[in-house]
Design a protein around this ligand. Structure first.
Ligand code: 13P
Length: 244
């Protein structure tokens, strides 16, 4: 199988009123239209600005994604957003099982798995997040935790086309801390052995323009899922450029 391009994805989390979201997307789109990118780029803004951001990104080659979805197609689920709605808003990806959903909202592997199936039903690729806590890393169980999350969260029909995995150690998210390159390489190697050939495995957790090049150069790292640094066009662009 041909090697897929790296994917650099921005998870804006709960940040971005319309004017600033359009400004950020517009800045990225202008850069993408004028410079040849060495990687695929994706932004995942809050649901309220998906349509506005999608309009600004039009023709730039930067893809649009959601941050979560409900497992059902529609119905009496106040406040939720379905995968079909994300698709309808212009998305081609959705982030699922982020640690802020698993730990902040008590999402289980089974729930994540149902959401992944929903994403595929709607024609979206799922970015499934996995990662250990600080305690689990110190106990030496990081790879076991990540393997169990993968086994529980990813349905049988996974392929390189419909699945992206993001390894995001919980303790590295928003903290400025990152695992050693050796630790990232070990977990990514373990994930690679458990998914279909060609599936992109991203690293996420305090990626910034200063550490991106070394992380993205690791053989089993096929991109990055970026939080805080994706809110600054210059930083996010620099990370994308670091794909080499
Ligand atoms: P930070 O890049 O802010 O650490 O966030 C990572 C993340 O959670 C991306 O999904």
């Amino acid at each position: 199988m041909a090697q897929r391009r790296h994917l650099v994805a921005g998870n804006w989390k709960m940040n971005g009123l319309r004017a600033e979201a359009e400004r950020l997307a517009g800045d990225l789109a202008a850069r993408a239209r004028t410079a040849a990118g060495g990687c695929d780029m994706l932004v995942c803004p809050p649901a309220t600005v998906l349509a506005a951001v999608g309009a600004v990104l039009g023709g730039s080659g930067i893809a649009l994604g959601g941050q979560d979805c409900h497992a059902a197609e529609k119905g009496a689920f106040t406040g939720d957003v379905s995968a079909e709605m994300l698709k309808d808003a212009g998305c081609s990806f959705v982030i699922l099982g982020h640690s802020e959903r698993r730990h902040g909202h008590g999402e289980t592997d089974a729930e994540v798995r149902a959401k992944v199936a929903a994403a595929w039903r709607a024609g979206l690729a799922a970015i499934v997040c996995v990662g250990e806590t600080r305690e689990q890393r110190e106990a030496g169980t990081a790879l076991a935790v990540v393997s169990a999350q993968l086994a529980g969260s990813v349905p049988e029909a996974a392929s390189a086309a419909n699945l992206v995995v993001a390894y995001e150690p919980v303790w590295a998210i928003g903290t400025g801390l990152t695992p050693t390159l050796g630790d990232i390489a070990e977990i990514h190697g373990g994930i690679r052995a458990r998914v279909a050939a060609g599936t992109r495995v991203l690293y996420g957790g305090s990626v910034n323009p200063g550490n991106a090049r070394d992380i993205l150069a690791l053989p089993d790292v096929a991109g990055a899922l970026v939080g805080g640094a994706s809110l600054k066009a210059e930083d996010f662009w620099a990370i994308a450029q670091a794909c080499g």
